[in-house]
Design a binder for this molecule. Structure first.
Ligand code: ADP
Length: 535
């Protein structure tokens, strides 16, 4: 067989040649919609690759971004990785100190950013000595008249000065292509460096029918940001299958998203539960329906069953639950039923769909006890979830090799069960598990049940020290506006749904809960807020 290396530029070459007219639509931070095609993406990515060379970027250099999902960000994905450098996306919702840490750790040489983030970037710049130039991803008309940034460039000016002829270099497929940092939910952010090979293999796996099930006939709108684990691989998968891509820019509110879904004929979308809750509320209020959307992926945090059911039954959209992490590129499992499960009752099928699902090809997993012994796949035993495969991290960026995975497996930090059919269910993050009287209680299960109460908007369960049981679950709840709820009413809601000793010991009502930059509950902060809590 031909020894053709797998390269990210190959995806672009393919789409440009075979899907040249297929559209890429973006909502811009400057306002308005922008339309291009894969042919346009190819041309401008080559111009950008020439500009990067002129700015002195060489193979392996890190080029940073702080940007929304737009065609310009997509051009950076292809121009940077395609020319052999490393595209380092940062999450602008992180605290400025975390961003400074990440940019310095990655030693970004250039930083491309959207207009929205100008004030943020001006604040970061004095603490980022490795960044030689800051590039504002806009045209001349939107450039600021004054700025404190030392070497500010205009993106469209850079491109306009370059030829669209550029030969994408051919190199070893194990060359680094992009870099993402974990969002630091439990620790300092850590860098995961993807390769061209891992990215391409992940894209093939993501497109499979039991995974995202995408084809050239689809119109994909990734709500998941391109700064959140490469938008779960969608910017690579779309040119691979040759489908239309709709990039929502900064418009992540329910009304803007719904408008794009309808006007652009979106068939497939993916995002975190928080976004879908917002959309559901909006659509219920306005009594709206989807006309083209057929399937959506929900992942990044546990999806409450109430949400799955609402999209499936009320809005007629197939919603698949997926699990993954920065360290797994990110797709690890997706919940798609097997044929023998199709004859089960709707409730039995639904119980399976709330699990995180089966591994996709390229990922192997096991659960182990405290001594590292493998646990049975009986859907009951739970232990530490380990994974391995060609798109799973081997070492964190900038650390000694061989430290992270001495056993050949990556320890996810999640605690899970696996049932006889191979469906994995996350019960907790190992740091969030509640140990009551020597037994484990799943905070996720208790949160999901609370969310099912009609008056509850959001719920978190944390373990709080207890004199008799060592730890007991405390339920912290945000009520929906204009809803009244007593602790007794809420706790009675658990009757018959969980073992008696799992029922939270107490309920505290709050007006809001803290979240991470990727919209997950920030349990470390909630634990701090209730430090010293007296039962
Ligand atoms: P961070 O680790 O910094 O939060 P990631 O985005 O990599 O950033 O998060 C990965 C973690 O998110 C997983 O280890 C898991 O705990 C959680 N997670 C992701 N998807 C799901 C899901 N479908 N159900 C439950 N937890 C999930």
């Amino acid at each position: 067989m031909m020894n053709t290396p797998l390269r990210i530029a190959g995806l672009l070459e393919h789409a440009e040649k075979w899907h040249a007219d297929t559209e890429i639509v973006s909502r811009l931070p400057e306002g308005g919609l922008h339309r291009t095609t894969y042919a346009g993406l190819g041309r401008r990515s080559r111009q950008l690759a020439n500009a990067l060379q002129r700015l002195g970027i060489r193979s392996g250099d890190r080029v940073g971004t702080l940007a929304w999902n737009t065609h310009r960000h997509l051009e950076l994905y292809y121009a940077v990785s395609g020319s052999g450098a490393v595209c380092h996306t940062s999450n602008p919702r992180l605290f400025p100190e975390q961003l400074v840490y990440i940019i310095n750790h990655a030693e970004d040489r250039l930083l491309f950013f959207d207009l929205t983030f100008l004030p943020l970037v001006e604040k970061l710049a004095p603490s980022c000595p490795t960044v030689e130039a800051w590039v504002l991803m806009t045209d001349r008309a939107h450039m600021p008249e004054t700025t404190t940034l030392p070497n500010l460039r205009c993106y469209e000016d850079l491109l306009a000065a370059e030829s669209d002829e550029f030969e994408w270099p051919v190199f070893d497929e194990n060359t680094a292509s992009s870099l993402c940092y974990t969002s630091g939910t439990t620790d300092q952010p850590k860098g995961v460096l993807y390769s061209h090979r891992s990215t391409l293999l992940h894209s093939y796996a993501a497109a499979l029918p039991d995974c995202f099930n995408c084809s050239a006939r689809d119109v994909i709108l990734p709500v998941v940001p391109m700064f959140h684990v490469n938008a779960w691989g969608i910017p690579y998968l779309a040119p691979m299958v040759g489908c239309k891509l709709v990039l929502p820019g900064p418009g992540l509110d329910a009304a803007s998203l719904y408008e794009l879904f309808e006007t652009e004929g979106v068939t497939f979308t993916a995002g975190v539960p928080t976004i879908w809750f917002g959309l559901l509320t909006f659509m219920r209020e306005k009594q709206l329906r989807f006309s083209t959307l057929r399937q959506m992926i929900v992942g990044g945090a546990s999806c409450p069953p109430a949400l799955l059911r609402a999209f499936d039954e009320e809005l007629g959209v197939t919603i698949r639950h997926a699990w993954g992490m920065t360290e797994t590129s990110p797709l690890g499992t997706v919940c798609t039923l097997k044929p023998q499960q199709l004859s089960l009752s709707p409730d039995e099928q639904f119980a399976i769909q709330t699990k995180q699902g089966r591994v996709i090809f390229g990922v192997d997993m096991q659960i182990v006890d405290d001594e590292g012994r493998e646990l049975p796949h009986d859907g009951v035993a739970f232990g530490d979830l380990l994974v391995r495969g060609p798109f799973i991290v081997a070492d964190y960026f900038g650390t000694e090799p061989g430290q992270l995975t001495p056993s050949g497996w990556f320890r996810t930090g999640d605690v899970a069960t696996i049932d006889p059919a191979g469906f994995m269910q996350i019960t907790d993050r190992s740091k969030d598990v509640i140990k009551s009287g020597g037994e484990w209680i799943s905070s996720i299960e208790l949160e999901n049940l609370a969310i099912g109460h009609p008056s509850v908007a959001e719920a978190a369960v944390i373990g709080v020290p207890h004199p008799k049981w060592s730890e007991r679950p405390l339920l912290v709840v945000v009520c929906k506006p204009d809803h009244d709820l007593t602790p007794e009413e809420l706790l009675a809601f658990y009757d018959g749904k969980v073992a008696r000793w799992w029922v939270p010991e107490a309920v505290e009502f709050v007006t809001q809960l803290p979240h991470t930059a990727t919209g997950k509950l920030l349990k470390t902060q909630i634990r701090k807020d209730f430090d010293g809590y007296q039962w």
